[in-house]
Ligand binder design. Sequence first.
Ligand SMILES: [Zn+2]
Length: 128
Amino acid sequence: MAGFMDSINKGLTTLNVKTSNLMESSKLKTTISTRESEIVSLKSFIGETVYLNRANFSMDMVSEQISQIESKYSEIEDLKAQIAQLEEKEKEILGNATHNNAPKIYCSQCGAPNDVDSLFCEKCGQKL
Ligand SMILES: [Zn+2]
């Protein structure tokens, strides 16, 4: 039974890692696209300001918006780095899970794969 519980736990770990990483990275991606559309609005504000003040435009009129754009771009870089980190972590954990699953013996009755140290088949209960 230990082998059976082990493979259930490994399966759940894999599932949890996948699910929580997926939720985390889709949250990060949503934030990125929010920041990107905020940047578009800021750029459009800057363009409008340049146009309306074309006779006496000065950079001071938009310096606030420019620094907001800069900080949003650097926030996006951070978010992308976090997503890359999540993917890296997932590969690491899933890679280990796959590696741990490697040695198997197959049930003579139903053909299910079992851990080499299992006494009974985890699927049909056949003595191995
Ligand atoms: Zn079996």
